[in-house]
Design a protein around this ligand. Sequence first.
Ligand code: IMP
Length: 181
Amino acid sequence: MRIQIDDKDFDLLLEYDQIKKRIRLIGIQLNLDFENRIPVFVGVLNGSFVFLADLIKEITIASEVTFVKVKSYNGDQSSGVISDEMDISMDLKDRDVIVVEDIVDTGKTLKYILEKIKAQKPASINVCSLLFKPNIIEEEIEELTYVGFEIPNDFVVGYGLDYNGLGRNFKDIYKAVALKK
Ligand code: IMP
């Protein structure tokens, strides 16, 4: 199925049913890995809010949720310049932190967030990202433990991900028909 957002065409990449199944499995893994601990899920806004909402419903162990907001994207290009929009309001010292991302592209945003969290001296940090573009990652991120889907180097929208602010509301994930150079 093809959709149009703003000036771009997108084709279906991942259906919600497929996404839900994968999230169920990640949830099972997290429940096992963090048994007898009380992890803090740190959602990276805006993109991760849909993923985090589905993921947290699969978590059966005691856990807390907080958010951080940074900005790094302009349209469909990673700007590389990251700015703080909302700081983490929780004390993460000695906590088991699970950073929840929608997508890891160049890895620059994640690296920036991880530095901020590490400064608070948590007990552990792991990253859970729904999507990962392994072909274009520029930063080595050893904390990236949980990945939903590895995808090719396409710009994607839907399920929380946007193009110029639009498309976050789509249930499925779509990829751009032609990558803008
Ligand atoms: P990075 O710093 O290049 O890894 O970019 C990470 C952030 O950019 C993600 O948290 C998303 O908000 C956004 N982003 C990266 N790739 C895409 C994409 O294909 N579609 C929509 N947003 C994206």
